[in-house]
Structure formats: structure tokens, C-alpha cells
Design a protein around this ligand. Structure first.
Ligand code: GDP
Ligand code: MG
Length: 192
């Protein structure tokens, strides 16, 4: 095997694939400024570099979750070029989605709902794993969306929910482990 990473606290980016050779594509969606790239960089093991406002990054890495290795390709390309074509592409390509809003920005929360609806439309009959993420949970004083609102929305939209702080690295690992578990559940139910 060509994977060089097994411990997700490691900062090596691997190009491996899991035992059945499959790499799962996970796509980050959400309004500008909510923290998508910050979360993606943590996933990729790249150190915080706020000043490089890059777009169009993809992170390839294997995670060991519950003693099993899964390869993930994380796409942080939603805002790249702001092209409709690319966004349509994003809606079609993912095996799983992470929809991010900022708990300090109500309109980003409303945008998250729109994205969920768009995704449902694009992939009607498929039951794709989605996690709704309320990021910036560290900014307590400027919070505009409560945890209850977030989790209620996730119930309505039939997806998982987690609050994270990319700044404090809080719950970020749980987020990516969660997406891996979702993908596996989905895969297992498909194989039955
Ligand atoms: P993107 O446009 O969705 O890719 O968002 P970025 O990752 O570029 O983040 C936008 C801004 O929010 C940057 O200045 C980040 O440093 C900041 N940011 C991202 N996540 C957090 C967080 O959890 N807490 C705080 N306080 N700031 C964050
Ligand atoms: Mg970004």
C-alpha cells in the first residue's frame, strides 16, 4: 500500500486508499468566511496560515477511525472562481458533504439551509451523508445562532450536526471522524 499515514494527529498528507481501494470525496460547502478553509487546513495537517487566502485546495488523507482506515479526499473548492459550473460540479461529485455556517452570522446559517435544499434537489434519490457544522463556537459574545437552532435545523434536514471552533481546534477531529462513520454506515447499508 502507498499510504504513509495512519494517525490522524500526524501532519503528513497521505495519498493512500483504504483496503478496498476506495477514496471518498468529501465536499465543503458554505458561505464565504465561515471557516471552510480553516477546517480543511486542520484536516490536511497544514499549520494555520490565515494570511494565505487560497481557494481551490484539495486534501488527501487517511483517517483511522474505530481501528479501520478510510481515505478521504477533502475538497475546499466551493468558492473557487465563483463559477456556476464548478458549483454544479460540487453538488454532483461528493460522496459526503460538510455544510458550514458561522454561529456568529445568521445569514450564513440561512445560506446553509439553502445549500441543503440545493443538494437535495441535485441528488434526489440518494441518501448522501451530510454534516451541518456551526463553526466559530469560540466567539461566544458575538453568537447569533444558538446550538438549539443548529441542531433543530439538522433534524429538519435529516443530517448530523456539530459545533466546532477551527481557531481552538475544538471538535474538528470529531467532525472528520463523524463524516467517516457516516460514510461507512451508508456504505454498509448499500452492500446489504
Ligand atoms: P472560508 O471563507 O469559509 O474558507 O473561511 P476561512 O477559513 O478563510 O475563515 C474566515 C475567517 O474566519 C478567517 O479570518 C479565520 O481565521 C476565521 N475563523 C475561521 N474559523 C474560526 C473559528 O472557529 N473561530 C474564530 N474566532 N475565527 C475563525
Ligand atoms: Mg476559503
Amino acid at each position: 500500500r502507498n499510504s504513509c499515514v495512519s494517525d490522524s494527529s500526524d501532519s503528513v498528507i497521505s495519498s493512500g486508499s483504504d483496503s478496498d481501494g476506495q477514496v471518498y470525496k468529501v465536499v465543503l460547502l458554505g458561505e464565504h468566511g465561515v471557516g471552510k478553509s480553516s477546517l480543511a487546513r486542520i484536516f490536511g495537517g497544514v499549520e494555520d496560515s490565515n494570511d494565505c487566502e487560497e481557494t481551490g485546495n484539495t486534501y488527501d488523507r487517511s483517517l483511522v477511525v474505530d481501528d479501520e482506515e478510510t481515505s478521504i479526499l477533502l475538497y475546499d473548492i466551493w468558492e473557487q472562481d465563483n463559477s456556476q459550473w464548478l458549483q454544479d460540479q460540487c453538488m454532483r461529485m461528493g460522496d459526503a458533504y460538510i455544510i458550514v455556517y458561522s454561529v456568529t452570522d445568521k445569514s450564513s446559517f440561512e445560506k446553509a439551509s439553502e445549500l441543503r435544499i440545493q443538494l437535495r434537489r441535485a441528488r434526489q434519490s440518494e441518501n448522501i451523508p451530510i454534516i451541518l457544522v456551526g463553526n466559530k463556537s469560540d466567539l461566544v459574545r458575538s453568537r447569533e445562532v444558538s446550538m438549539d437552532e443548529g441542531s433543530a435545523c439538522a433534524v429538519v434536514f435529516d443530517c448530523k450536526f456539530i459545533e466546532t471552533s477551527a481557531s481552538l481546534h475544538h471538535n474538528v477531529r470529531d467532525l472528520f471522524e463523524g463524516i467517516v462513520r457516516q460514510i461507512r454506515l451508508r456504505k454498509d447499508s448499500k452492500e446489504e
